[in-house]
Design a protein around this ligand. Structure first.
Ligand SMILES: [Zn+2]
Length: 54
């Protein structure tokens, strides 16, 4: 689990699925509730990709 930030500054948690079907993909979790993987930032709505996070 690593912390990353959306370009808008919203904090997200990234869980790498190393044993999944797509080992290079990541599940991006909401900052406060680490139970719901998200595809877009809950703050600004931007599409989230591990490559675009900082
Ligand atoms: Zn954002």
């Amino acid at each position: 689990m690593q912390e990353r930030f959306c370009k808008c500054g919203h904090k997200l948690k990234v869980q790498y699925t190393l044993d999944g079907y797509i080992p290079w993909e990541a599940v991006i979790l909401k900052g406060d509730c680490a139970e719901s993987p998200v595809k877009v930032c809950p703050c600004c709505g931007s599409y989230l990709s591990i490559h675009f996070l900082r």
